[in-house]
Design a protein around this ligand. Structure first.
Ligand code: SF4
Length: 336
């Protein structure tokens, strides 16, 4: 099996909030998909949103940058510096997206324009900002080199179909960095890639976070990714937060059986060769969650109370920000 190792980098513990999400809800015509989600992204740190497919993690990330489907309605607050992005005019949100907050999508093949050269797409935001042609060209080459594309001069003239999947994802990262953002949101950025390329892209993201002091929101279902890149994590199940806190503490000593089950399926989340297996049972639908604790039909620790009483998200540990929170009636018993 290919070596999946990436550098484990831990950012200096910052306590400066950069983005504050409070009581975020997202409703589609079929029902609620994100329910009262709150978390804070600290300056220069990576916050991981973890969960299985359908947990609401991607909807949460897309709500932050105003990229929800047309039929979706968002509620709550997304405070970016001093303004609420949820209520900001679309024009302002577009300005923030790209310049202040960069976005890396899951599938670069779908996100890149097949009929425009890579260089043109990386330079788009700079051209729109009215930067002179020579400056745009120089910055495009600098960005392509920065994300590890060999021969940037030649690659700038390539079309996306001429590049490998890993190279296309590097181009997406260059586009996200073009506006010199302070925060990058990466939605499952390695899912479409082979394991060796995944490791390289993760190493690149960790390096960018470190060298450029970027804050990052990383969406992934893969605990190996989180163990290597995230400083803080928010674990989601059926559209709700079930656990959150500093990544190492949460992944090493979970306070929620769902996190423990996810971590338990990866023999050692910091192992170089760990393989994540799917959890037994089907994830609960956020549209029609089970009564009581939404995880109770799959939970090995469930008791009678779990089927009737919704557990509150409560503080379960002291320490520096972010606080440790768990939505389990028996959080103190999860990790003996
Ligand atoms: Fe499991 Fe009950 Fe805790 Fe839910 S509240 S995670 S069912 S023990």
């Amino acid at each position: 099996m290919a070596d999946q190792s990436v550098a484990v980098v831990t950012a200096e513990r910052s306590t400066t909030p950069m983005l504050e999400v409070t009581g975020l809800g997202v409703t589609l015509p079929a029902g609620v998909v994100v329910d009262r989600v709150s978390f804070t992204v600290l300056a220069g740190r990576t916050t991981g949103l973890i969960g299985e497919s359908g947990s609401g993690k991607t909807m949460t990330a897309m709500a932050v940058v105003g990229l929800l489907p047309d039929a979706a309605v968002a509620s709550g607050q997304v405070r970016w510096k001093s303004e609420d992005l949820l209520t900001a005019p679309e024009r302002r949100r577009r300005q923030v997206r790209g310049r202040e907050i960069g976005v890396v999508f899951q599938d670069p093949s779908a996100a890149l324009d097949p009929i425009q050269t890579v260089g043109r797409q990386v330079g788009e935001i700079l051209r729109r900002a009215g930067r002179p042609r020579a400056e745009v060209r120089a910055r495009v080459l600098e960005l392509l080199a920065r994300v590890g594309l060999p021969e940037p001069e030649r690659q700038a003239g390539s079309y996306p179909h001429e590049l490998s999947g890993g190279m296309r994802q590097r181009v997406m990262i260059a586009i996200a960095l073009a506006g010199r953002p302070e925060l990058v949101i990466a939605d499952e950025p390695t899912t479409a890639l082979d394991v060796t390329t995944q490791a390289r892209i993760l190493a690149l993201l960790a390096d960018l976070r470190e060298r450029e002091g970027l804050a990052m929101i990383l969406v992934s279902h893969d605990l190996r990714v989180m163990a290597h890149v995230a400083d803080d994590v928010v674990v989601m199940y059926a559209g709700r937060v079930c656990e959150q806190g500093p990544a190492r503490a949460v992944l090493d000593r979970p306070h929620h059986p769902y996190t423990r089950a996810l971590a338990g399926n990866v023999p050692a989340v910091t192992s170089r060769t760990a393989i994540a297996e799917p959890l037994p049972g089907a994830p609960a639908s956020p549209f029609d969650p089970p009564s009581g604790c939404p995880f109770h039909p799959r939970c090995p620790m469930a008791r009678a109370r779990c089927a009737t009483e919704v557990p509150a998200l409560r503080e379960t540990g002291a320490g520096p920000a972010p606080r440790r929170l768990s939505a389990c009636h028996f959080a103190e018993e999860v990790t003996p």
